[in-house]
Design a binder for this molecule. Structure first.
Ligand code: PEP
Ligand code: MG
Length: 883
């Protein structure tokens, strides 16, 4: 059994290890080491060890033989010895799962220092201050991460020492101060009934256990839950020799992105600190310098750094997020991974990288996440609002741009309140955030912190989610106890519940609510989605849209047509409803209803022009359109044709009540009982198409597809299809115009899926032609009826099912592949057996869900259809599914 993978120094390069086994960090380190980028030598304990640890609560004995051997190699490489007074070798120990979880898992540095080796360290480096600084860091981290002693307990001693010695910064401490601090820190262990292990291997062992243990910490579980991270083996554990950025003015440390993670601009973006250790940068303790300063301070190392970055980008074919340390002028890369980025940056980077020849459009496409697409669809402050005096005059403070975008909301000061008041739209305001806060950060529209840089926890997490974030806004005094936020300069104070705005792109904090504006879909966004369309030659994306404006939006977002127009939505307009009600109850005014429909279809055909428009005939139970009996009064009874007879109207309404309406008189059943429905709608559709053709004969090419809902038997489809054809042909003949149209059916009753071969085979006895041109899977109803779970009531109990692991996913969001999906697959195959021109598609909610889309692509559907705002995500998903 191999428990570890070595990297760096004289380690034999490991060919592409499995990310699941060595985790993202481990993979980065082994890959860097393989392509000749200097990394401090170390080794990765695999996720299999994590699994063993989770199962047994202990580490396998044989692993220590391998660890000792690896340590031996590193000792030779570094010319130092672990646990030895002379030139002690120290290690860091970090977690790293296959998917990066920033801030979720724990890190311990300087492992190997103890009361003896710290002296050796002081001697070897001729720098006692440095040695004791490292030791106090180890004591603090070990205490906090491994033994659960609160970090604040150590911070208090530090503050106390500052007060006693009159020092402002911890950099002002002398060696003797730090030595004293180490003694103080050891007392903290005692106060918490703990002992600091002096033996370096004991330290290492405890750290490894802490890393593996942290995989199932509450905050890690919560992070995985929010980000829907499943299917991982556990975390790997990376043990790496320490190098130092705090050895003096020729040392430093930093973090950087190879491109701007906020905008995608092709320039290094990052921060570094001279004479400091990594956590100083991340924790926001000292305010770091921009990375560009390094060119001036450490020119040689900077040159090497730029080369490394380019090499890494070309190797991984992606934007990189790196950590590095310069020890006495020598550059070491500590970590690399694909950088988290905003949606805007993701699209920009994809286009640039293809142009720079770093990757192909297909490779670039795979780096775009559904969330990146969703972010572009989110609002920003409108250009007008940004240039107005109202905006400028109300800026109360400016911090750093932690995550771009606009957010407006009520101030809350704790993550708990953010979660509780989520529905009101809140902004989470904190001094800084920590991994425990992720629930509240997720709930908030945006995040505002007064401390920490653009790589602080708040900023990293916010950017990952595409949430606007202003960080390090030091002009604000945030009192999390008193629930106030005060502008230091003016004393202006905001309380919990006050509404403010933040501009995550500029760092501005605005004292009022600023109007936001809809985003633009031009440029890189449209280029990348066109790549997706090109790759996805088989499975297209259409939209569910019921009105002219919706259709226009859908076309703008790239829909190739309308896959579902729910005609009933047109009936709910306030001026139409009384007319519709009168027709339902009294059978009067059908012409008027037809007029509404004709007008709407006209608008939709105009918006979509030559693209197909799939129109579903009336589907819901009719009583959905009727008033409640409590609403009935004499005026209504007059308007609806009852001559003021309130009771008559009430009786009619009550007589239409159904116990189980979703399985009642709806869909094609309605049209069979009241045949005028089908004729009226089919006529309206063909007439509207003829209208637009007559209006613009040269250009208009409307293409209606008429769809029968809720079919469960051959006879149902047969009778409806013939009725549609008859009505359509009549209009064509009277108006002497050749409108092309198709007839098809929803497959949403399980029985229809089971007899699909027969439905697809139905022919018109008059001309012998097949009547069914298409199937569209109505997976909402198909799921409801197959699983026997009410789509309207499932919300109340499905989350319990998910929590208890009885259902993995909400089947109304992601298709149940085994059951409902099996029906879709079988129906597709059987339908095509008897009808080779049959078009297949889905128009239920699943048509906008990336996971379901991958399934539908495998089944071989011709298109998916979803609401307009999900069209771009679906385009991405169909493209990715095809790669
Ligand atoms: C469906 O059932 O999947 C469907 C698209 O129709 P509706 O949601 O209108 O019932
Ligand atoms: Mg349905």
């Amino acid at each position: 059994e191999k428990y570890l993978v070595p990297f760096g120094g004289s380690a034999i390069p490991q060919e592409k290890p499995d990310r699941q086994i060595v985790g993202g960090k481990g993979l980065g380190l082994t890959e860097m080491s393989r392509i000749g980028v200097d990394v401090p030598p170390g080794f990765t304990l695999t996720t299999q060890v994590c699994q063993l640890f989770q199962a047994t609560g202990d580490l396998p004995d044989e692993m220590w033989v391998q660890i000792k051997e690896a340590v031996g190699r590193i000792e030779t490489d570094m010319n130092k010895k672990f646990g030895c007074y002379d030139f002690p070798l120290l290690f860091s120990c970090r977690s790293g799962a296959a998917i990066s979880m920033p801030g979720m898992m724990d890190t311990v540095l300087d492992i190997g220092l103890n009361s003896n080796t710290v002296k050796g360290m002081a001697k070897a480096t001729n720098n006692k201050r440095f040695a004791y600084d490292a030791f106090r860091r180890l004591l603090d981290m070990f205490g906090d991460v491994v033994l659960g002693i609160p970090h604040e307990a150590f911070e208090q001693r530090l503050e106390k020492l500052k007060n006693e010695t009159g020092k402002k910064d911890d950099t002002d401490f002398t060696a003797e101060d730090l030595e004293r601090l180490c003694d103080e820190y050891k007392k903290v262990f005692g106060e918490h009934n703990q002992v600091f292990p002096e033996d370096p291997y004991d330290q290492l062992k405890a750290c490894i256990k802490a890393v593996f243990g942290s995989w199932n910490s509450e905050r890690a579980i919560k992070y995985r839950e929010i980000n829907q991270i499943t299917g991982l083996f556990g975390t790997a554990c990376n043990i790496q020799s320490m190098v130092y950025g705090n050895l003096g003015p020729t040392s430093g440390t930093g973090v950087a992105f190879s491109r701007d993670p906020g905008t995608g601009k092709a320039e290094l973006k990052g921060e570094y600190l001279i004479n400091a250790q990594g956590e100083d940068v991340v924790a926001g303790i000292r305010t770091p310098e921009p990375i560009s300063r390094m060119e001036h301070d450490l020119p040689e190392a900077y040159k090497q750094f730029v080369q490394n970055i380019e090499r890494l980008e070309r190797h991984f074919k992606d934007m990189q997020d790196v950590e590095f340390t310069v020890e006495d002028g020598r550059l070491w890369m500590l970590q690399c991974r694909s950088g988290k980025r905003t949606g805007q940056a993701a699209f920009h980077i994809a286009v640039d990288m293809v142009e720079e020849g770093i990757c192909t459009p297909q490779e670039a496409l795979l780096r775009i996440e559904p969330d990146h697409v969703r972010q572009i669809l989110h609002p920003t402050f409108s250009k007008e609002a940004l240039s107005s005096a109202t905006y400028k005059d109300n800026v109360v403070a400016v911090g750093l741009s932690g995550g771009p975008g606009a957010a407006v909301g009520k101030i809350v000061f704790s993550p708990q309140t953010a979660e509780a008041r989520k529905d009101e739209g809140v902004l989470l305001v904190r001094n800084n955030t920590s991994p425990e806060d992720v629930g509240g950060m997720w709930a908030a529209n945006g995040i505002l912190t007064s401390r920490g840089g653009v790589t602080s926890h708040a900023a990293v997490v916010a950017r990952g989610w595409g949430k606007p974030c202003v960080c390090g806004c030091e002009a604000l005094e945030i009192d999390e106890e008193a629930l106030t936020m005060t502008v230091k300069k003016t004393g202006e104070t905001f309380k919990e519940g006050d509404t403010i705005s933040i501009n995550g792109s500029t760092g501005e904090v605005i004292r009022i609510a600023i109007e936001t504006s809809e985003p633009s879909f031009e440029g890189a966004f449209s280029t990348v989605l066109k790549w997706a369309d090109d790759v996805a030659d088989k499975c297209k994306v259409m939209a569910n849209a019921d009105s002219g404006p919706d259709a226009t939006k859908a076309a703008e977002l790239g829909a190739k047509g309308i896959g579902l127009c729910r005609t009933e939505h047109m009936f709910f307009a306030p001026e139409r409803l009384p007319v519709v009600r009168r027709w339902i109850l009294r059978g009067e005014g059908l012409d008027q209803v037809q007029g509404f429909q004709r007008q709407d279809f006209n608008e939709i055909f105009t918006a979509m022009n030559d693209k197909p428009v799939t129109i579903r005939l009336l589907d819901p139970p009719l009583h959905e359109f009727l008033p409640r009996v409590q609403q009935v009064d004499a005026t209504m009874a007059t308007d609806l044709g009852y001559g003021g007879n309130v009771n008559g109207l009430i009786n009619d309404i009550e007589s239409m009540h159904e116990e189980n309406p979703m399985l009642g008189l709806r869909g094609c059943r309605l049209a069979i009982v009241r045949p005028e429905v089908t004729t009226m709608q089919a006529e309206a559709i063909i007439n509207a198409a003829a209208d637009v053709m007559e209006k613009d004969p040269a250009n208009a090419k409307p293409f209606p597809r008429i769809m029968v809902p809720l079919v469960g038997s051959v006879a149902e489809f047969n009778c409806q299809a013939l009725a549609i054809k008859k009505a359509a042909e009549k209009i064509k003949a009277t108006r002497k115009i050749n409108v092309s149209y198709e007839i098809g059916t929803m497959i949403e009753v399980p029985r229809a899926a089971l007899i699909s071969d027969q439905i697809a085979a139905v022919v018109d006895p008059d001309d012998g032609k097949q009547l069914c041109d298409f199937f569209s899977f109505g997976t909402n109803d198909l799921t409801q009826m197959t699983m026997g779970i009410s789509r309207d009531d499932a919300g109340a109990f499905l989350h319990s099912y998910e929590e208890k692991g009885i259902l993995e996913d909400d089947p109304f969001k992601s298709i149940d592949e085994e059951g409902v999906g099996w029906l879709v697959r079988r129906s597709s195959v059987e339908g095509r057996k008897t009808n080779d021109h049959l078009s297949l598609s889905v128009c239920g909610e699943h048509g906008g869900d990336p996971k379901s889309i991958a399934f539908f692509d495998r089944v071989g559907l011709d298109y998916v259809s979803c609401s307009p705002f999900r069209v771009p995500v679906a385009r991405l998903a169909t493209g990715q599914a095809a790669i």
